[in-house]
Ligand binder design. Structure first.
Ligand code: ATR
Length: 277
């Protein structure tokens, strides 16, 4: 590789203007004094594959992909990680020297490492984990918990059929419960994880009895606008440990940055502040 030439990466999605990834990766490039650029690219569905192939030809090191291209990204890849195959979606593509596309999903990594970064003694093996939601984010969280050896995972979703489908995809390694049992299920849990969009912008909220949140539980919310969702507020008031969604967003970006730019970036308070703005 010509070291004088800047290394290039991007994030593809539609819409894309809301993405925090360019701010994050460009912060890391500057912090590590690396010669590179990370740009947002809005792309239409019919142009997705062609755009990726063009970026490969242009010498990009790789890309992130976000909504709605996580499934297509996995499909067009030449090779993919086991995690991406398990989740059925990819968010990180790396282009090899031979111009091949390697797909990974770093959401599971981001979820686990964010919690461990804040609570190093957290043991995902122990107790019951209650996962709210059965969409793409839920799949990544469940893959992460399973790979960490969690003993019991219970999924609750508004549309129970989606949770049942997810259970089938995960070889019946999880249990499905009705959303209306949220209080009973939560009361005996060690981990509660919200992967739904409930709580976003304080427009909706999770209807759970605060007393159903065990003090010993770790409560994690993937929503990061606001940083302290109604679920996290309740958990904090109960004295439970809480983890917000911004950390997962930051941590999921680490493997891609390292693969494309050759340095493992740091998660700093300054970065969190830049991303909250
Ligand atoms: P993501 O990739 O972020 O997981 P998604 O695949 O669209 O996004 O999934 C969104 C999740 O939030 C789903 O579990 C969805 O529940 P349904 O499967 O019933 O749609 C959940 N969700 C969104 N709005 C909700 C609401 N108002 N009440 C309960 N669950 C909601």
């Amino acid at each position: 590789m010509d070291e004088a030439r800047p290394r290039l990466a991007a994030v593809l999605g539609n819409p894309i203007s809301h993405s925090k990834s360019p701010r994050m990766h460009n912060y890391w490039l500057k912090q590590n004094k690396l010669n590179g650029y990370y740009i947002p690219i809005k792309v239409e569905l019919e142009d997705f594959e062609q755009t990726i192939r063009a970026l490969v030809c242009m010498g990009f090191s790789g890309v992130n992909v976000t909504i709605p291209y996580k499934l297509s990204a996995l499909e067009i890849a030449d090779e993919s990680s086991r995690t991406a195959q398990y989740i059925g979606a990819a968010n990180t593509l790396t282009f090899t020297k031979e111009n091949k596309i390697y797909a990974d999903n770093t959401d599971a990594y981001g979820f686990i490492n964010n919690i461990k970064g804040k609570y190093p003694d957290w043991n995902p093996k122990k107790g019951t984990s209650v996962v709210l939601g059965a969409g793409g984010a839920s799949r990544a969280v469940i893959a992460a918990l399973l790979s960490e050896g969690s003993e019991k995972i219970i999924v609750l979703n508004r549309t129970i059929e989606k949770a049942e489908a997810l259970k089938k995809d995960y070889d019946n390694k999880i249990t499905v419960e009705s959303w209306k049992n949220i209080n009973e299920v939560a009361a005996s849990s060690s981990n509660i994880i919200n992967t739904t969009s409930l709580g976003m912008n304080d427009e909706t909220f999770i209807a759970i009895n605060p007393k159903a949140i065990p003090k010993k539980a770790l409560v994690s919310d993937l929503v990061y606008t606001p940083l302290e969702t109604n679920l996290l507020k309740m958990a904090k008031n109960r004295g439970s440990r809480t983890v917000d969604g911004l950390g997962m967003l930051i941590h999921q970006g680490i493997p891609g940055f390292e693969a494309w730019f050759g340095q493992k970036p740091l998660v700093t308070e300054e970065l969190r502040e830049i991303l909250i703005k």
